[in-house]
Design a protein around this ligand. Structure first.
Ligand SMILES: NC(=O)c1ccc[n+]([C@@H]2O[C@H](COP(=O)([O-])OP(=O)(O)OC[C@H]3O[C@@H](n4cnc5c(N)ncnc54)[C@H](OP(=O)(O)O)[C@@H]3O)[C@@H](O)[C@H]2O)c1
Length: 239
């Protein structure tokens, strides 16, 4: 349950609706169920199989329609293909007041942000009143599944951005519960380094651990270019 005190996060299981429980959303459902959160999955081309999918994902995972799942959720994760976002948001219903975690990337044929604008700016404008946070979008689902059980000092970083500090605090705690280190790259506008595609000067597609990720956050905050991504020795967990 979310705690309403300013700056605090949660004191018990969070009610999480996952809109699109495929590779990214299904993996998050599994990890958050394992951490004891109440997860409801929704939005499928074959709704009849969602209950079985929920059972497969964990003891704390159930299935519902998007409207029902989102209405009862504190946190809503959007993890659908780019071209299905309008339909997903339409079926989800009002998001005002909800913490919304957007994992989508703009691969598809639907309109994308204009030059100089981020997906975070573009998509947050499609969700009036939502406490929008972008995250879980820079690393593959396979990597996220494999890296979630590491010891703390070898944890991979999941970057976030957004314009609502308290919502980012909530998502940061959920990222820790999932087995990763959260690092905040600032506002929806500032976090262009989180956007696809993989390219020099971005964190998209790259593994970071906490010290190097904090250096990225500092560079972004001060308008500097970021250093090339680190190479980690997986045997020793050192850069
Ligand atoms: N895969 C990755 O490594 C990765 C990494 C970072 C970010 N992302 C982003 O995360 C989002 C989800 O990616 P994903 O790989 O998890 O996708 P996915 O495996 O294809 O999952 C998509 C989910 O959306 C549901 N869905 C409902 N209606 C749909 C429709 N009309 N068309 C397609 N799917 C529909 C699917 O359910 P049914 O199959 O039951 O219909 C499924 O649960 C994308 O925006 C992607 O760019 C992906």
């Amino acid at each position: 349950m979310l705690d309403a005190r300013p700056g605090s996060v949660y004191t018990g299981p969070v009610h999480i609706a996952i809109v699109g429980a495929g590779h990214i959303g299904g993996n998050a459902a599994r990890l958050w169920s394992r951490a004891g959160h109440d997860v409801m999955i929704c939005f499928s081309r074959d709704p009849g199989q969602l209950q079985a999918r929920a059972a497969e994902l964990g003891d704390h995972v159930t299935a519902a329609t998007p409207g029902y799942a989102v209405a009862g959720a504190d946190v809503v994760m959007l993890a659908v293909p780019w071209d299905a976002i309008d339909q997903a948001l339409g079926e989800a219903g009002p998001l005002a007041g909800k913490v919304v975690l957007d994992a989508t990337n703009p691969y598809g044929t639907a309109p994308t942000p204009a030059a100089g604008h981020t997906v975070a700016e573009f998509n947050s404008a499609r969700m009036p009143g939502a406490r929008y946070v972008r995250g879980f979008n820079t690393l593959t689902s396979g990597f996220q599944a494999e890296a979630s059980a590491r010891p703390r000092d070898e944890r991979a970083v999941l970057f976030i951005c957004g314009d609502y500090p308290t919502a980012k605090t909530t998502i940061a705690q959920l990222i820790e519960d999932a087995g990763f280190e959260p690092v905040d790259l600032g506002s929806n506008h500032d976090a262009a380094v989180m956007e696809s595609p993989r390219r020099p000067g971005s964190v998209y597609g790259e593994e970071y651990r906490l010290p190097e990720a904090l250096a990225v956050a500092d560079a972004v905050a001060h308008g500097r270019d970021i250093l090339p991504p680190p190479m980690y020795d997986l045997d020793r967990g050192n850069a």
